[in-house]
Design a protein around this ligand. Sequence first.
Ligand SMILES: Cc1ncc(COP(=O)(O)O)c(C=O)c1O
Length: 490
Amino acid sequence: MGFESEKNNSVLSKLATNEEHGENSPYFDGWKAYDNDPFHPLKNPNGVIQMGLAENQLCFDLIEDWIKRNPKASICTTEGIKSFRGIANFQDYHGLPEFRRAIAKFMEKTRGGRVSFDPDRVVMAGGATGANETIIFCLADAGDAFLVPSPYYPAFNRDLRWRTGVQLIPIPCESSNSFKITTKAMKEAYENAIKANIRVKGLILTNPSNPLGTTLDRDTLKSLLNFTNERNIHLVCDEIYAATVFNTPQFVSIAEILNDEKSNFNKDLVHIVYSLSKDMGLPGFRIGIVYSYNDAVVNCARKMSSFGLVSTQTQHLLAKMLSDEEFVANFLCESSMRLGKRHKHFTNGLEQVGIKCLKSNSGLFCWMDLRHLLENSTLDSEMSLWRVIINDVRLNVSPGSSFDCQEPGWFRVCFANMDDETVEVALARIRRFVGVGVKENGEETKPVKNKEQWKKSNLRVSFSKRMYDESVLSPLSSPIPHSPLVRART
Ligand SMILES: Cc1ncc(COP(=O)(O)O)c(C=O)c1O
């Protein structure tokens, strides 16, 4: 293997062999642990439960039902075959006009109908992954930098930096103010970059946030726009989680700020990245969108989109589905309700055992606070705790350090990629992990409140030794998700 990679290093390009992809982070290691031993209620009840994947699997039934009711929308059905040739042959990188119209309308609906989008500005990409890279290619040269509030989505390192050669400069956010972005931290990050002779081309926001599950309010968005406008740098907003908001405050899109009558921001510096991977739970369809207010960027991104078009078959199906206004309205409402219910159930379960999460109103995950269980307040301790959670508790959660969180002890846990029964198994494991359970004499044990109690209880050792039959909790019919491969995303 060593020899192979040395050999490859001499024959492959610098890009092909550089380490910027970030595949070696614990974020991806957790997935490998899951893939090597995936949980199944009957076949592998002690396997690892995948809680590191931000997938939205709660509304597949609604989509399946629509597909069954609309066989004409699929070109590989008897009802739809008439459209087969036209769709199979279509290859214009502008995309099907009806697809762009439907996407623009859907973007409007997911922002509460408060703002509209121009279909001619909708540019296709291979998921938000492709859209993010495309926008960076359009805006920056190798060596240039973008500011990004941390903690941030780990695969940004791959998507924004790897092939573009662009740097990311974190703006550290802290738990003391619920990880809100402060002007002070932003200015500091910017000024330090300038002092180091780095050309800062813009700021990347993820709103709603991955991993925090929080949304940015109107005033914050305005002040961030002020910041970028004053410095004549770009603002890129990844709004991939727009419709995952399940609680107040409601989502405010950057598009709404630009739309404000009194707003005189320079629109040419603002770009939105979107996708149907989260809001509709269709990451496999690879529907990514660059929506820019800048004509030159739209034109350039469109030329680049040749490398990551959405297949016309998918465009055709989605154009039909998203044009069904009744379906969309019901889907968005139901999806938000189901996410809210799952979030509440899961976070209540954690709270019962003394585990708190950052207060959130959106996303497919929660930001879990396990600082009280760290041996020391260091990133090494965080990694030790994470290994216990993966190897003994058998849950793949993602450590805060993989999101570039500066404060040790935070973990992201995904809750929407599994069925109700698996959630119960996961909660049962967490209960055992923190020592809540029923002792042999029938007495209830109390949750561990701090690291001293936890160390004393020696749970790390006792947990892995304990075998228990989780299959009781999961009925036969349970459709447990399985990851086909180690996926380099989400
Ligand atoms: C903030 C953010 N941006 C982009 C992506 C990539 O999404 P896609 O599957 O559409 O490529 C993800 C996936 O988790 C994400 O969380």
